[in-house]
Design a protein around this ligand. Sequence first.
Ligand code: IMP
Ligand code: MG
Length: 344
Amino acid sequence: MLYDGTMTCTIIVGGFFGDEGKGKIVAHIAHQDCPTIIARGGVGPNAGHTVQVGDTQYGVRMVPSGFVYPDARLCIGSGVLVDPRVLIDELNRLDAHGRCFVDFRCGIIEEDHIARDKKSDHLRDTIGSTGTGCGPANADRVMRVGRLARDVPELAPYLLDVPASVNAAIDAGEPVILEGTQGFGISLYYGTYPFVTSKDTSASQIASDVGVGPTSVDDVVVVFKAFPTRVGEGPFSTEMSHDKSTALGIQEFGTVTHRERRIGGWDGEMARYSAMINGCTQAAITGIDKVDPACLGVTEWSRLSPKAKQFIRNAEDDIGRPVTLVSTGAELSQIIDLRAEFAD
Ligand code: IMP
Ligand code: MG
């Protein structure tokens, strides 16, 4: 179908080292744009997305983080590794059976992949992997010896041709969200190799993971956090000392591994490069309440402090694209949405 001017397909990816708050941004955009499908790309259950709605905090590793928006079908693209145990456990916990689908070509994580990930000195100690089996499972897929979702009886009720469904929705003019996982800095191609995950993490990869061609993508929202974080080993040029992050009261712990995250200052150079490779059309910045605690929960631009506004303007200069979403706290409603002002 020729492009008819409607914006339907939005990709959301992480601009730094992961854990930028993509889950919350996906959930917010979903509630505003009412997509019929939210499809997940990315590596696999090494990712943890958290979404807080009211006082309830949800953590997901396999189900798309857009699940908090009840009216979309949830799909896992063929490029994503599936650990059937993790998936079925989450579906039970979230009561999401019946609306969550897995592409029949997804690679499968076996117990053996997890054991290999955990017992490898290289992966566990040097790289600091999450120990979820993703690296060995992707290696087996490249060697063409791994099983696919279609080979696993427990997954039979969930199997779908995800690209066929997603492209049909796009062609019908329905809004669709493609959510990425991880972040730019741990991309196998563009990150700090060898301290990276087992796949590219950029927007093009996310589109490929769910079987959407580049000509069908309308918008790429790159999510940056005011204070980037990194879990695992590898270079982190703006990293601050543990004492400093503690003094600022901005420590964080991982959703999957519960490891304490390394914390750094804003990295303008990385933001610009990441925006370039992701083909960023607009950016989201999370954690503005950490730049100035007075901004916690603010939902209007005019109510941000001068310090916060200046931070966002500087970030926008670095990124080279408008910052249209500003997250001011963990809860879903704590956000400033400026997208309408930038719509053409
Ligand atoms: P693996 O992806 O488990 O092989 O881990 C490789 C590196 O990527 C380690 O430094 C992990 O901490 C990091 N990593 C993998 N997934 C995520 C994520 O979702 N958020 C942040 N870091 C991640
Ligand atoms: Mg995470």
